[in-house]
Design a protein around this ligand. Sequence first.
Ligand code: ASP
Ligand code: MG
Length: 405
Amino acid sequence: MKNLLVQKYGGTSVGSIDKIKKIAQRIVNIKRSGKHIIVIVSAMGDTTDTLVDLAHQIHSNPPSREMDVLLATGEQISISLLAMAIELLGEKVISLTGPQVGLKTNSTHKRARITDLDDKRVINELKENKIVIVAGFQGIDANDDITTLGRGGSDTSAVAIAAGLNADKCEIYTDVDGVYTADPRIVKDAKKLDRISYDEVLEMASLGAGVLHPRSVELAEKFGIPLVVRSSFHNEDTGTIITTDERMERTEVKGIALDNNIGKISIMEVPDKPGIAYRLFSMLANRNIHLDMIVQNTNRAAVNDISFTVDDDVLQEALEVSQEFAFEVGAQKVEFDKGVAKLSIIGTGIVANPEISSQFFETLYNLGVNIHTISTSETKISVLVDKNLAKNAMISVHKAFGLDQ
Ligand code: ASP
Ligand code: MG
């Protein structure tokens, strides 16, 4: 659709009635400048955490389907309130839930994937000159059950809607001014980046910089939707633009990311024969558990140890699957370690630059930080280190690459 802007406001941007009123005014101003506008919102403030907490007061392992019915209510509160605030300012507006907006997903509750967008309803509403407010983070599966997309999933809802309707761009409003060279809460000298590529920000996001839901960036790249991350509190700031990589001459480190919310699982003495890794990883894949930093060591003739890291929130499930696997193939035991963190340097092409990797490892060596595991991709080098040393290491590595300048 021509002249269409998609905006997403995160939980802190709609965290109080006051903030909702401010955002309503801002949206109305954009509408009056002659644009169609769709606004995706998250739940107010800590609402989602509070809902998770309520569930756990009843059930230690709440059924996923019911969890989604519960979690989806958070966004329903914020869309209705925002729509009321806009109505008061005299514009035509309608709030729609994920199911109403036709966001179809698979049936993997709590981390569903979007399969389709039936855009008829939204287009009709836009044609009637309404501002459309959409509940982020939620959709509907083939059985008409409510699903959610995983924590932070409103970004992905926004990009899916922007892609489905071919919007000019998708603006993500949050409580930070944009994408930084490192998490400014940990690294005080972190600097805001004006531009970054999809691939780089994807590494930043999935490596724990927490700026964007990783799947939103994948989707934006796939459909070529420019993403803008900016603050809803400072009107002047232009934020960070995320687009395709215009390969610079110089390979450089763009940012440092730290992920503290991971755990390492090790399966000891797995029989060394073809098909074993396939069996383990397909069992995990069937449960939709995303793995990272996979290592296999051959330590004795007929057995290997296999280790990998997973996000904290799937650690329990991954452990159960690993134990089931260990029992089936006759592995010796399964261990897990929550005392590790993943520290990464990010920048297109850095892996191929020996000076950059040696500088990284030298800095860690000078700090006396021991490295448990190393993994690389075209855009990053990651190391697994002790959690208690990780923050300091992050600050030093940030400095070593001159990102504080
Ligand atoms: N409210 C959901 C969460 O906190 C989704 C989101 O904020 O994007 O995870
Ligand atoms: Mg959020």
